[in-house]
Design a protein around this ligand. Sequence first.
Ligand SMILES: [Zn+2]
Length: 129
Amino acid sequence: MQHISETQVDQFQAVLLSSLEELRLGMTDILMRSSHTSHNLAAKQLQKISADDLLELALKIEMPSISHKISAMRNIDAALNNIQIGMYGLCADCEEEIDTKRLNSDATTQRCLNCENRYQKQKYNNYKL
Ligand SMILES: [Zn+2]
């Protein structure tokens, strides 16, 4: 496994930011089409706020049709925060480096393969309880 370079981190950051913009556009679109005035207003706000405020506002909107976009935004936000603190590309559980292949397929990946498997299993078990 190779160490993730600063250039790669920059590239991942660009990918993350453009996914965030895509989500912003998608959400704006859905909210504009809503029959609720409050959603239309939120859509207008969404268009002009910063990425940080975007997430904060998105979390306040209760609308099942955008909930998966909001969870995607949370993941992006977490990844961007990790870039800021220099922890990007490290597993959230064991702090080992995450395989860049995993990051390439999903730039918001937060765990190495081993920990991800364990995490998914735990989640599954929690559902059963
Ligand atoms: Zn791990």
